[in-house]
Design a protein. Sequence first.
Length: 106
Amino acid sequence: MSSETDRDEQSGVATAKKEKLQKPRMYKVIMHNDDYTTMEFVIHVLEKYFQKAEPEAHAIMLEVHTRGFGVCGIYTYEVAESKVAKVIKYARENGHPLKCSTDPLD
């Protein structure tokens, strides 16, 4: 014998629980000033790895030069870390001590 509750549970009506998806935490990629990396190389890196147009790359380079650091872009953690690693590797291959890091976005 089946009760009314059992029939409701076996009626084949599926109910889906909606999981609330959270947006991934975002990270700033920050380029730091040094006394050896040329301004031209910094602009080149901003164009090559951050797809910045020359005017924007130039503005970020000036910010790095005058403030000591500049934000190259905002990405998910994995993308930000990958870009930092690529920039540092490329800079070292070209004889520059350019420093790049990530910082969580507030």
